[in-house]
Design a protein around this ligand. Structure first.
Ligand code: BF8
Length: 618
């Protein structure tokens, strides 16, 4: 298919065409070779859970060898899918606790507690005594508390202290209170073993519980401790698109999710000795740019520019100007190793749990992180001399973006409380808010829905918050700058114009969706209602990953109406599908809605928000 059909972006089109001219395969060619996909897998009706099978459910053979019908098979598959996503986010969160542990135990000089106030604040929230105590003692208690949230000895994860009582009551009634992160994930694996949970609705309730352990547990811990260790984001300006890669500099792209590695690469790139080495090699300096969520982490806290989102990761290397891609984990296509090998690009992996055949491995831990990072940056400097100038093509100039909207930053911009936001919502200037989050998926024209939906919503005076890969999409579309109010309705224009902020706010990485959960909880408390009563929604238009499914489900289970651009692989069960798109509404006050057209999706949000505003008497 022509590049114009695959993506809305000029920089991506140029690189797709370059790949084709150079005979380099990308995700788009591989998708074509994999199409048509297995129908049973698409419907969720193939089962590979035991060796009496594998089975597929058909009209002629409506039960697997064990006797499971389509409902059970689909629910089991979906449950494990969500558990995979919850595990990814939460294991990331655990890595932050381990860094905090290394700080507390004096095992690292490379990391420190940067935001002591935040550590005191979140510790108090989870019941730790903070008054008059040394910060290291508080940190030790926080570390123990959060490690405990992963285990089996608690009745609920600690940040449930942030959940409105009405919501907690719903979860208690449904047996959905998340007790421990690892516990819910392990129990999901247990329940979906042959011969356990053979009742689809019951399996789905536990899938929801597992996702809540992610959103209010693993992800929230990840976000909050990242702020404690690396600083709580404040608004700043940066740039996005492939134009952030600089022809005259040593370019290092950081890719993956956890700021633990990328922050060290950034620090090492500023080491005067290494910068001098880069200059001696003929470069004007060292340039760090982000991809995907670790890019979001550096963008939020340090204003580091964003080279691209998920479907830009292969294409960024095709500029021919990337000396090194340094990865931690998640959403890193293994194809990046092959594409790097077509150029002088060094592909470096850093996590024992995410090794890539053909990569150069650096084993990064809290005690050696900075020293390893300096070696990595030096490798990139060395690679610079091997760059083939005739193959370099940086196809555009970067666009400006505003970033750094943590809840703390928003509250401070509002003068110290959420009241002005509540008033703007009550007055109807801001009619509601929708978080647009998640991925790219080569099954869709890249970013057409991510951008299309954001544009439609702000026109309707619905504030948009973006995280994950939607960030770069919104940024490239010019939506992340204060001037973008010109594309918004009159109410948003008035409120965001007065505050000097964009109508689309960058709220961070995918684990940072926990920030949006916290904001919703605070708004519900301010209005003395449940989260499901708020005029808010969530959307993941172009999602692909297990993590996005976990996010979608914890949003719904938290009472937030959630739109997806395409369904998960559940359509083979009417029972499961009906629960997802309507049954959950009765149980948790929100459900999923599937709509591939961004204009129609915006209309659905509009109707929902209208109804919720009427419900609140607005
Ligand atoms: O966690 S948005 S493609 S990079 S899964 Fe992955 Fe999706 Fe991007 Fe971040 Ni989130």
């Amino acid at each position: 298919r022509p590049a114009e059909e695959l993506t809305i972006w000029e920089d991506a089109r140029a690189m797709i065409n370059k790949a084709r001219a150079e005979g380099i395969e990308t995700v788009h060619e591989r998708l074509q070779k994999q199409t048509p996909h297995c129908k049973f897998c698409e419907l969720g009706t193939s089962c590979r859970i035991c060796t009496m099978g594998p089975c597929k459910i058909t009209p002629k053979s409506p039960r697997g060898v064990c006797g499971a019908d389509a409902d059970v098979v689909v629910a089991r598959n979906f449950g494990r899918f969500v558990a995979g996503g919850a595990a990814g986010h939460s294991d990331h969160g655990r890595d932050l606790i381990e860094v905090l542990e290394a700080i507390v135990e004096g095992e690292t000089k490379d990391y420190k507690i940067t935001d002591e106030d935040k550590l005191r604040r979140i510790s108090a929230e989870v019941g730790i005594e903070t008054e008059g105590r040394d910060i290291k003692d508080i940190a030790r208690d926080a570390m123990e508390c959060f490690f405990g949230d992963f285990g089996s000895r608690k009745k609920e994860v600690s940040f449930l202290s942030r959940v409105p009582q009405k919501r907690k009551d719903i979860w208690t009634k449904l047996g959905m209170v998340p007790r421990g992160v690892d516990r819910e994930i392990a129990e999901m694996m247990h329940r979906t073993h042959m011969g356990c949970d053979n009742d689809a609705p019951n399996t789905l309730l536990h899938a929801a519980r597992t996702s809540l352990a992610d959103g209010w547990g693993g992800s929230m811990i990840g976000t909050e401790l990242s702020d404690v260790i690396f600083g709580t984001p404040t608004p700043s300006m940066s740039q996005a698109n492939l134009g952030v890669i600089k022809e005259d500099k040593v370019n290092i792209l950081v890719h993956g999710h956890n700021p633990v590695v990328s922050e060290m690469i950034l620090a090492a790139s500023r080491d005067p000795e290494i910068v001098a080495e880069a200059k001696a090699a003929g470069a004007a300096g060292i340039n760090i740019a982000g991809l995907c969520c670790t890019g979001n982490e550096l963008l939020m806290r340090k204003g580091i520019p964003m080279a691209g989102n998920h479907l830009m990761t292969e294409l960024a290397i095709l500029t021919g100007a990337v000396e090194a891609v340094v990865v931690d984990y998640q959403c890193i296509m293994p194809s990046l190793v092959q594409i790097s090998s077509c150029y002088h690009t060094r592909f470096i992996d850093t996590a024992a749990k995410a090794r890539f055949t053909g990569a150069t491995h650096f084993d990064i831990h809290p005690h050696n992180a900075y020293e390893q990072a300096t070696e990595i940056v030096r490798l990139a400097v060395k690679a610079y001399s091997e760059r083939d100038a005739s193959r370099v093509d940086i196809p555009c100039e970067p666009v400006e973006i505003m970033t750094g909207f943590s809840n703390e930053a928003v509250i401070s911009a509002l003068g110290g409380s959420l009241d002005p936001l509540v008033q703007a919502i009550a007055a109807g200037d801001i009619r509601g808010a929708v978080g647009i989050v998640g991925c790219n998926n080569p099954k869709f024209q890249q970013d057409s829905m991510n951008v299309g939906l954001a544009k439609e919503l702000i026109k309707k005076d619905i504030l948009v918050l973006v995280t994950g890969c939607v960030t770069t999409a919104a940024g490239k579309a010019g939506l992340l700058v204060p001037d973008a109010i010109e594309m918004a309705g009159p109410g948003i224009k008035k409120v965001c114009g007065a505050l000097g902020i964009p109508p689309v706010l960058h709220y961070g990485s995918c684990v940072d969706n926990a920030r949006i959960l916290q904001l919703c909880a605070a708004l519900a408390d301010a209005l003395n209602v449940d989260i499901s009563d708020l005029p808010v929604g969530a959307s993941s238009p172009e999602w692909y990953s297990e993590k996005a499914a976990a996010i979608g489900l914890y949003a719904v289970a938290s009472g937030i109406y959630t739109h997806l651009g395409h369904p998960p692989n559940i359509l083979g069960s009417e029972t499961v599908t009906n629960i997802a798109v309507s049954g959950l509404e009765d149980l948790v006050g929100a459900s999923f809605v599937i709509e591939p057209d961004p204009v129609k999706a915006a209309e659905l949000f509009d109707e929902r928000i209208k109804a919720k505003r009427i419900g609140l008497g607005l």
